[in-house]
Each structure stands twice: as C-alpha cells, then as structure tokens.
Design a protein around this ligand. Sequence first.
Ligand code: SAH
Ligand code: DHB
Ligand code: MG
Length: 223
Amino acid sequence: MAEQERWNAVDDYFTSELAPADEALEAALRESDAAGLPQIAVAPNQGKLLQLLARMQGARRILEIGTLGGYSTIWLARALPADGRLITLEYQAAHAEVARRNLARAGLDGVVEVRVGPALDALPVLAEEGGAPFDFVFIDADKVNNPHYLDWAVRLTGPGSVIVCDNVVRDGAVTDADSTDPAVVGTRALVDRVAAHPRLSATAVQTVGTKGYDGFLLARVTD
Ligand code: SAH
Ligand code: DHB
Ligand code: MG
C-alpha cells in the first residue's frame, strides 16, 4: 500500500471510530463542494482535535481567521458553552455566504458571527471594540499574512489563551529558508515571531493523512 493510501486508511479508521460525521458536518462539506469552494477544510479528526483543544481550554470566546464554508467553525463552535461566542473572519463574500447557511443548519447562527472582508481590516476593528480577550484563536487563512495574524492574535488574547495555526508544514516546505513562496515565507516568519516572543510557549507537530503531509503550530500565552 502506498504511504498516502495507508495514511488515508488510518484517518478513515480513527474518524469513523472517534470523530464520526453528523448531518450538519456532512451537509457543510457537501454544500461547500456544491458551491465550488476549494476542498481545503480541516479533516474530520483534525476538526475534532480543534474542538477538544478548545474544550480542554474551557474556551468561551473563540476567534477564527479563515472561515471557508464554516466546517472548522462548526467543530470549534460546538466546544463553546451556551453563552460562548465565536467570531470568524472571511475575505470572500461567497465563502461567507456558504458558511452562514452551513452554520444556520448546524443551529449555530446564534453563536457564530461571520465577518466578511480582509482579516487585516477586521482585526483592528475587533481591537477597537474592546471586547473580552479571546481564549482560543485558530489561524487558517492566507499564509502570507501569518506573522500579522500572530501579532493580532497575541494582542486580542490574554494570559492562558491558546493560539493554533494550520498548515505550517506544507509537505516539508517550511524548512526551506531560501523559499520564495510567500506562504512559506509567511509561515517561517510566524514561527520566528513565536519563537522570539517572550509571552508564548509553543510547539509544532507534523501530520499525515487525508490532508496530505502538513502540521499545526500550537502556542499558549503565558500567565
Ligand atoms: N478554516 C477552514 C478553512 C479555511 S481555508 C476550515 O478548515 O474549514 C482559508 C480561507 O481563508 C478561505 O476561505 C479564504 O477565502 C480565506 N482568506 C484568504 N485570505 C484572507 C484574508 N486576507 N482575510 C480573511 N480570510 C482570508
Ligand atoms: C490550503 C489552505 C489551507 O488552509 C489548507 O488547510 C490546505 C490548503 C491552500 O491554500 O492550498
Ligand atoms: Mg488550513
């Protein structure tokens, strides 16, 4: 069995045992496909990982940068208590529209707010609004802006908050210091900033499976 096939089989096994889809999650992917959105949502077992991390964190306010069709959003929002809230930022109006429908179908439209526009415009607005700090941030948008998203994430969180960033490995491209790929340059800049940040404790892990060879960075804002 080719490696990728084996990794997919293991993902399918763990997903069916531990992170089975329900109608709302299945519909979110189906409707995202039907609307022509790219098939780049987190895998089901990764969505469950995000949900568990948010739940273990006791998250009450979650910020997501990069909504797509709201698939990861559904996993994350389901970690929230009844009075919890999730704000998700999406550049493409068409993606946001699909996401809003998917979130409504999942019964989460009262919990999640989808804000449309470039995240770098929305983030300063969030800061100006002066709401309570976010206790969980998921960064998963245009990778070129990852260092800026990291800076805003730190600014909009507080002691003990958790920041997770998707796609930090990209087939191992992250180790190429000479890369001119803006996504690689952006992610390396994020890793540098995390490493140098006096208030962040972090690690990154490689993942294989249906999303190919990639990985997550996890950081915690120190107390
Ligand atoms: N988190 C989603 C996947 C997000 S894909 C999931 O796992 O289900 C990345 C999304 O980021 C895309 O929908 C893309 O339109 C959006 N995006 C790209 N550039 C952006 C920007 N500057 N601001 C906000 N969103 C952006
Ligand atoms: C891409 C973006 C993602 O967030 C992801 O998880 C996988 C791929 C992309 O832009 O190709
Ligand atoms: Mg991603």
